[in-house]
Design a protein around this ligand. Structure first.
Ligand SMILES: Nc1ncnc2c1ncn2[C@@H]1O[C@H](COP(=O)(O)OP(=O)(O)O)[C@@H](O)[C@H]1O
Ligand SMILES: [Mg+2]
Length: 266
């Protein structure tokens, strides 16, 4: 089986070398946990390997993505110039830019990605959809159906897909679960304040056909470098238990069993 490097050496080692070709991998987590930075690495690695890369951005403009990538030495402008990459901007939604999404609809998303693939030409492609949850913001019940549609259609196009999904324990459990049911892999990003400092972590929750790490790993985002995966960490319970009010608020919205599973993972 062919595996695609994520562009983050320390992460590839946790998943037996990389993401199996053709997979749809969900990168899930709260804001600021590193989902976009992870996506940038995955995209840039594709450029380095001579693949075609299609990057859909819904929460930041194309310019913001290009500037963020530049901080880690990734030249997305050059890749676009060389017709190796198309960044579909779904934030600005101008009709005058061919690679903007005018509507945030899943049909337009899929047809734009296919159009971009045709434009880039023959060959293996990596696709990033950052974020997928933006497409069901106002209709969370559609999350699963939409995710399935994206997977089913893009599967035929020789694409390996990373799709991010927003997830916040304090707000809404329904948010993002759709894609997790459909994904071949799930990488969960977390953040914690520890000793007065923001720490970030990741865990491979699922990776089909892969003997993957089951440990929580601390990650760092370093200027000029990007995401670095450190060794496994041990959590202690009192570092991560949520305040009682928060838990009660969350319980109202979800099945208790589901919540307990989530809390056990923390
Ligand atoms: N050049 C940089 N050097 C160090 N950290 C950075 C740099 N650029 C961004 N970051 C960190 O990355 C975070 C954003 O991560 P991002 O992947 O965009 O999160 P999200 O999960 O919301 O997509 C910022 O809040 C900041 O902490
Ligand atoms: Mg982001």
């Amino acid at each position: 089986m062919k595996r695609l490097s994520t562009g983050i050496g320390g992460l590839d080692r946790l998943i037996a070398g990389g993401i199996p070709e053709g997979f749809l991998v969900a990168a899930v987590g709260e804001p600021g946990t590193g989902k976009t930075i992870f996506s940038l690495h995955f995209a840039w690695r594709g450029i380095i390997e001579g693949q075609k890369v299609i990057y859909v951005t819904t929460e930041e403009s194309r310019e913001s993505i290009v500037n963020q990538a530049k901080m880690f030495g990734m030249d997305f402008e050059g890749a676009m110039r060389d017709k190796q990459m198309i960044i579909i901007d779904a934030l600005l939604r101008s009709k005058s830019d061919k690679w903007n999404l005018v509507e945030l609809s899943i049909e337009e998303l899929v047809s734009k990605i296919i159009e971009a693939k045709k434009e880039l030409g023959f060959g293996e492609a990596r696709v990033v959809i950052d974020s997928m949850s933006a497409f069901w913001l106002d209709k969370p019940a559609m999350a699963r159906k939409y995710s399935y549609f994206v997977k089913r259609v893009l599967n035929k196009w020789n694409m390996t897909i990373v799709a991010t999904s927003q997830y916040a324990i304090t707000t809404n459990f329904g948010f993002g679960f759709g894609i997790e049911h459909v994904a071949d892999g799930i990488i969960r990003f977390k953040k914690l304040i520890k000793g007065g400092e923001l720490k970030r972590y990741l865990i491979i929750e699922k990776m089909r056909q892969t003997p993957h790490s089951l440990k929580v790993h601390e990650i760092e985002i370093r200027d000029g470098i990007g995401m670095v995966v450190k060794g496994p960490v041990e959590y202690t319970r009192d570092e991560v238990t949520l305040p009682k009010e928060v838990r009660e608020a969350v319980i109202k919205g979800v099945e208790r069993r589901e919540l307990e599973e989530k809390l056990m993972e923390l």
